[in-house]
Design a protein around this ligand. Structure first.
Ligand code: ZN
Length: 160
């Protein structure tokens, strides 16, 4: 069976930066299941998955525009240092949750000055080409319920 609309595929992945640093990997864990065609994984990777079968291994470089998006400078924002707890030790690279217009978002501290802190609401991987090493472990037909819900049920997916 090939990966296509209305199939659930489980795969192992290793994600590395352009410098070869491992950012995330499913190795040593269960493979990641996803419902194809609904945007559960980044668009460039989903595109590369179409037509693959169990046992396929491949590498793909997904440009930022088809990954977590380009880095948008408008999502950098200077906020007063006083908006943070006085005892918070702030340093560039720190991540924390903030309330965004559509719910909680992860923001990264970009710079710390005496009176202001610059925060970056871009995805931490925005602007980065993503190097994926993929192995397809399982491909099966999605159930009607999964297609209706737009996500995977069972091991590695939703339980409800
Ligand atoms: Zn569901």
């Amino acid at each position: 069976m090939q990966i296509a609309e209305r199939t659930v595929a489980s795969f192992h992945y290793t994600l590395t930066s352009p410098e070869g640093q491992v950012i995330d990997s499913s190795r040593g864990r269960e493979p990641l299941p996803y419902l194809h065609g609904v945007g559960q994984i980044v668009p460039g990777l989903e595109k590369a998955m179409a037509g693959r079968v169990v046992g396929d291994s491949f590498q793909v470089v997904v440009p930022a525009s088809e990954g977590y998006g380009e880095h948008n400078p408008e999502m950098l924002q200077a906020v007063p240092r006083s908006a943070f707890p006085a005892d918070a030790e702030l340093a560039p690279g720190m991540q924390f949750e903030a309330q965004g217009p559509m719910g909680p978002i992860t923001v990264v501290v970009a710079a710390v000055e005496a009176d202001t802190v610059t925060i970056d609401a871009n995805h931490p991987l925005a602007g980065m080409p993503l190097h994926f090493d993929i192995e397809i472990v399982e491909v099966r037909e999605a159930s009607v319920e999964e297609v209706l819900h737009g996500h995977v049920h069972g091991p590695g997916g939703h339980h409800h």
